[in-house]
Structures are given as C-alpha cells and as structure tokens.
Design a binder for this molecule. Structure first.
Ligand code: CMC
Length: 381
C-alpha cells in the first residue's frame, strides 16, 4: 500500500499576526485608527475624566459606576488591599533580588495555595478573588520594592486611592496629589489592551477551566518578556545608557549598526501612533519640569532620532519609563507596575472567558521529518 500524501499545509500566520482569535466586549484595539476603547469609552476621555477605580469597575462590569457603586467598589478595594501577614512572611523567605516579576509571579501562586476558595469556580467566587487580587497587587509590589531596599514593609492606608496607596506604601509618605494623579492616569491607560500576549495567555489558561490564580500567574510570566511588559524597564536602561542628550545620535547609529531593537518602539497592531503614548509623554513632561528634566529631554530626542532613522512610532512603554522614574519607582519594579495596572484587564478577560468558555486549542503545521524507521538503540550511532 502506498504511503498517504502529506496533508496540504493550511495557511500559517507566524505569531498569529492578523488572526482574530475570539471576541471580547472589554476593549477594542483599533490598529488602523490608532484608538483604544474600554467598553465603548475612548481612552482619551477616560484618562482625563476617570480614575483607575472607575476604569477597573468599567472593565469588570461593562459600565461606569454611579456615585454609590463607586463608593462600594472603592470600599471593597480599600478593604481588600491588606495582604495576609503570613503570605508576606513567605515573600521575605524568597531571594529578594530575583526579578520583581518572578517574585510577583511566585507570590500570586502562593496566594492561590493559601486561598481555600481557590478552586471554587462559580463566577461570583472568581470575581471576589479578582477584586482582591487587583487590590493586593499594589501592596505586594510595594512590599517587594521595600524589601529589596532592606526597608520594612508598610501596610496600606485606608482612605487613599489605589495609586496614592501604592506610592505611600513604597515611599513611606503620602504623595503630592499631582504624583498620585500621574500614577492613576498611568494605571488607567494600561488597564487593558485587547488580546495582547499576557491577556491571551490568561484566557488560554482559563479556557482549560483552570483556576483564577493559575491564569494570573501565567499572565505575569508572559508580561515579563522584553517584547511585552519588560520593554518599559529596557527603555529606562536605554535612556540610562545614553546618559546625556548629546549621546542620543551616537546611540541610534550604534543600535542600527548592531541590528538591535529600540525598546519602547514599534507595535504589532497599531499602524500609526500608540494612542496611550501621547498621554504618557505629556505626564512625563509635566513631572520632569520639577525633577531631573534630562530623562524627558533624552526621550524626546530619541523619539525624533528613531523616527528619522527608521520611521518607528513609540509605544506605551517608551514614556512609561521616564514617567515611572520621575515617580521615584526603581527601574526593577517597572514591569510589576504594568502588572498592577493590567490586573483589572486580565481579571475582566478571565471572567469573560469563563462566562462563555470554549477550550482554546489552535492547530500547528508540522515541519519535522516523516516516515523515519526506528533503529534499535544498540544500532544507533
Ligand atoms: N527597533 C528596531 N526595529 C524594529 C523595532 C524596534 N523596536 N520594532 C520593529 N522593528 C523592525 C524589525 O527589525 C523588523 O524589520 P525587518 O523587517 O527589517 O527585520 C520590522 O520592524 C518588523 O518587526 P517585527 O518584529 O516583525 O514586528 P512585530 O510586529 O512582530 O513586533 C514588537 C512588534 C513590539 C515585538 C517590536 O516592535 C519590538 O520588538 N519592539 C521593541 C520591544 C517593545 O517595545 N515592546 C513593547 C510592545 S508594546 C507594549 C506591550 O506589549 O507591552
């Protein structure tokens, strides 16, 4: 009998580029118009008129809260922000100079082991876990930041906003309103972004009907990569390597000659400017006027030089770098800050996937050899 012909290869899209892998009502990333929409609201409007508390409610429930709903939501976040001391004891046992995203990933996993309701898969129970996770991520990240500097952990202060609380727990003093507002806007802008790699990871894990903590742990692992969330860290390292505004041009030439990437530039979906970048730039600029302006100056020159050299647009991570730096946040915590913001989006997507689930299981095209004959181990060379 003759061997059947190899199957005709189906078209493959490397990196799933251009593939529509599902539906969502949570956010729209419009690559042609360069717009980002959360549940019907343009990010341009949300960033100036809504707090992270309002935006996270919007992502969870599909509508902006009324005054009383916001008060209740804020109360839940406020009440949920304290991390169990015995979980923090486990954090203290970890090698604290490991990457902050590795620590965060581990701690979310620990929280999953610690939660007696972790395996309760009723939608309401997942929502309760998600609210708590949104609330506690800032506490965990601030604790990681404190321990890395050999400083005692500071518990959250009831009554402060999500953003203000983070800065308070990291720095040990209540932030000026402008600083809290800057971080709040950063959180709003990064709260969700369609089927980006980490969100898709979270949905894929949820698609197997695994638990909430597993999905978030996996999402953190995905965000940790330099082509995704860690680009904000790498962008800051790039600014530091440049060091002075007059070193921008030599840096660009070196990077081009070495065929390396400019971190915080380029995007898979946006065909023009990333809609979040202009807001982050404006915030970084205003923060820079009262701090060391050079980071903003270097950033702006680099933006221009990379555009001249390669016509690459900046993405969300580029001005996130100077913005977070101006807030006194150590570079090693930058990607974990992204995770703080995205926790609302990941959670909303997990809930959406769960509510109408189908296992996510694409095909692959086999490119290995066929019809090999097994040689006994004793005869193999
Ligand atoms: N620096 C230099 N060249 C670039 C860059 C960059 N940042 N981005 C794309 N290119 C070039 C790339 O070299 C390639 O050129 P050629 O065809 O001559 O080899 C071309 O553009 C297409 O690149 P690609 O890798 O096929 O494009 P992609 O859609 O897969 O890449 C990206 C998207 C974000 C991975 C890429 O732009 C990149 O590596 N950027 C730097 C890392 C970064 O900033 N990541 C954050 C992404 S946005 C927020 C997030 O997801 O967290």
């Amino acid at each position: 009998m003759s061997t059947p012909a190899a199957p005709t290869p189906a078209p493959v899209s490397k990196g799933l580029e251009g593939v529509v892998a599902g539906t969502t009502a949570i956010s729209e990333v419009d690559g042609q118009r360069c717009e980002l929409i959360y549940q019907g609201y343009n990010i341009d409007e949300l960033v100036t008129k809504a707090s992270y508390e309002e935006a996270s409610y919007l992502l969870f429930f599909g509508k902006l809260p009324t005054r009383s709903q916001l008060a209740e939501w804020t109360r839940q976040l406020d009440g949920g922000r304290t991390v169990d001391p015995h979980v923090l004891e486990i954090l203290k046992q970890l090698p604290i100079h490991a990457p902050s995203m590795a620590l965060l990933r581990t701690m979310v996993s620990v929280m999953g082991c610690d939660d007696p309701q972790a395996e309760d898969d009723a939608l309401d129970s997942i929502r309760v876990k998600a609210i708590q996770m949104v609330a506690q991520t800032v506490t965990l990240v601030a604790a990681i930041g404190r321990l890395r500097e050999n400083k005692p952990i500071i518990p959250p202060k009831p009554g402060l906003s999500h953003a203000a609380n983070f800065l308070y727990m990291l720095h040990g003093e209540e932030p000026a309103p402008a600083l809290a507002k800057a971080l709040d806007a950063y959180f709003v802008l990064l709260a969700d972004h369609g089927f980006n790699a980490s969100t898709f990871t979270a949905r894929t894990v949820t698609g197997t009907k695994s638990d909430y903590y597993s999905a978030i742990t996996a999402a953190i692992g995905s965000l940790k990569g330099p082509l995704h969330g860690a680009a904000n860290c790498k962008a800051m390292e790039m600014l530091e390597e440049i060091g002075m505004p007059d070193q921008v041009e030599p840096y660009v030439q070196r990077t081009l000659a070495d065929h390396k990437r400019f971190m915080g530039f380029g995007h898979r979906v946006y065909k023009g400017a990333d809609p979040r970048a202009k807001h982050l730039k404006a915030i970084a600029k205003s923060l820079g006027t009262t701090k060391e302006t050079k980071w903003f100056v270097i950033s702006e020159r680099l933006q221009e030089a990379v555009w001249q050299a390669k016509q690459l647009y900046i993405n969300v991570d580029f001005y996130s770098a100077s913005l977070l730096h101006y807030l006194g946040i150590p570079t090693e915590l930058f990607t974990a800050m992204f995770a703080c913001a995205r926790m609302a989006g990941w959670s909303a997507h997990i809930l959406e996937q769960w509510a109408d689930n189908r296992l996510i299981r694409p095909l692959s095209q086999y490119t290995g050899p066929r019809d090999l004959k097994l040689v006994p181990l004793s005869d193999r060379t």
